[in-house]
Design a protein around this ligand. Structure first.
Ligand code: AMP
Ligand code: GLY
Length: 424
């Protein structure tokens, strides 16, 4: 099958790498791609700013069989709607609103009786302040969330009035657009994990769970980020955890969407807080997690492309449960991440230093320049190092050895040193 993969992050780099190993692949195209994913797939002859109509024309001209979309923004902007008639693994705009509008997601969860935190949607800074302070006094905490897309940075978990003020300053300062609505919700207690499932017209098939480390600093301190590292599988979950999420969350969600005339095709990412009473939903994303995708792509030996094509009705695939070896991913980010307010010092890293090794692989994002021998690091989360092993300790050791080698080439970077330290 001829596949087009959309996106240019480390997540799409991992997907390109994963798809390249599939027996179902005859040609892989990437758009916009980046210097490293273009070494795996063929770049479309289309500018990154091309319209969806131009993209559609190119997909038809190249006789591409299926399109897989990595990031949420094109889906929120109606990519799958514009490509209608072409198999797309990624939902149409109406379903993509589960991620692009947190207020919509909460309303759907409430209607479907899906376990989640109580919430209020606010529409001005003053209303947000009053509701948050009220929630803090009543429940001991408040979470402020920009309703629109904010790349994981529009959420403030507050335990004090000062935290609330800091959140309000950020939301109504630099994030005004995403914060035209702010969801204020109660703080959920438990351990956090993410659940991934592939959904097609015949329903969902579980992929697996992973645990991301969302805060910038060791010990889960500092601001929320898109994720600084992750591990999979999740040994502390109960045995039937997947079934529990499917029954309490995924199936009710799909039924509720269907009632509203909305179909869902693509990967669904369910952010969860696992407490004493089981799973509660923190958020939905309509795409793979990043860096969850990278760790899962490496450690899940199943053929994801065939799984995706079967969900699109293009081939048959017998789904088997995942058997993952303990695996860890560690993000190396530029110094100004997550807010990008400082200058970042770039470094050169050679292709040899980024090569796949027996027990580790490096996926990349944010590449400023590249030539035949090296790349230049950009801003944000640049490298994701992934390793697996006999145990999490073993996987961590291998991942951090590779991280430390890369950081000698890029000292002006930041990493968390405690990824997957507390796994049991
Ligand atoms: P979100 O973008 O909604 O996933 O939020 C980002 C992060 O904030 C989550 O991964 C959690 O770590 C944290 N968070 C969000 N909502 C809550 C909540 N209601 N209770 C506790 N933590 C939360
Ligand atoms: N790693 C969290 C996310 O992709 O949203």
């Amino acid at each position: 099958m001829k596949i087009l993969l959309i996106g240019s992050g480390a997540r799409e780099h991992a997907l390109a790498w994963k798809f390249s190993k599939s027996a179902a692949l005859t040609a892989l195209y990437v758009w916009p791609g980046h210097a490293l994913s273009k070494r795996i797939g063929i770049a479309l002859d289309l500018k990154p700013a091309a319209s969806f109509e131009e993209l559609r024309a190119e997909v038809l001209r190249l006789k591409i069989d299926a399109v897989v979309c990595g990031p949420e923004q094109p889906l929120a902007d109606g990519l799958a709607d514009c490509l209608s008639g072409i198999p797309v693994f990624g939902p149409k705009k109406a379903a993509a609103a589960l991620e692009s509008s947190k207020s919509f997601a909460k309303e759907v969860m409430k209607a479907a009786l899906i376990p989640t935190a109580e919430y209020v949607v606010t529409r001005s800074e003053e209303e947000c302040r009053t509701v948050s302070l009220g929630m803090l006094r009543r429940t001991g905490g408040a979470v402020l969330k920009a309703s629109g897309l904010a790349a994981g940075k529009g959420v403030f978990v507050c335990r004090t009035e000062e935290d609330i003020q800091n959140g309000l300053d950020r939301l109504f300062g630099s994030m005004k657009e995403a914060a035209s609505e702010v969801v204020v919700e109660a703080v959920l207690e438990g351990r956090e994990c993410s659940y991934f499932t592939f959904i097609g017209s015949e329903g969902p098939s579980e992929l697996c769970f992973a645990v991301d480390h969302k805060r910038l600093l060791d010990g889960d301190l500092g601001p929320n980020t898109g994720g600084m590292g992750c591990y999979a599988p999740v040994p502390w979950l109960p045995k039937e955890a997947g079934k529990a999420v499917e029954n309490a969350v995924v199936l009710p969600l799909l039924r509720e969407l269907k009632k509203r005339g909305i179909e869902y095709t693509g990967v669904l990412y369910v952010g969860l807080m696992w407490g004493e009473s089981g799973p509660q939903v923190v958020e939905f994303n309509v795409r793979f997690g990043d860096p969850e995708c990278e760790v899962l792509a490496w450690s899940d030996s199943r053929d994801w492309l065939s799984m995706i094509l079967s969900k699109l009705g293009l081939m048959k695939y017998e789904f088997q449960p995942a058997h993952l070896r303990p695996a860890v991913s560690v993000v190396i980010a530029s110094k100004s991440y997550p807010y990008g307010e400082a200058q970042d010092e770039a470094s050169f890293v050679s292709h040899t230093d980024l090569k796949e090794e027996e027990d580790s692989v490096v996926f990349a994002s944010s590449i400023l320049f590249a030539n035949e021998t090296q790349i230049t690091t950009g801003k944000g989360r640049v490298f994701v190092v992934v390793s697996d092993g006999e145990s999490f300790g073993d996987a961590r050791k291998k991942a951090y050895q590779r991280v430390n080698r890369l950081r000698t080439l890029w000292p002006a970077s930041q990493v968390r040193m405690d990824i997957a330290k507390l796994v049991e």
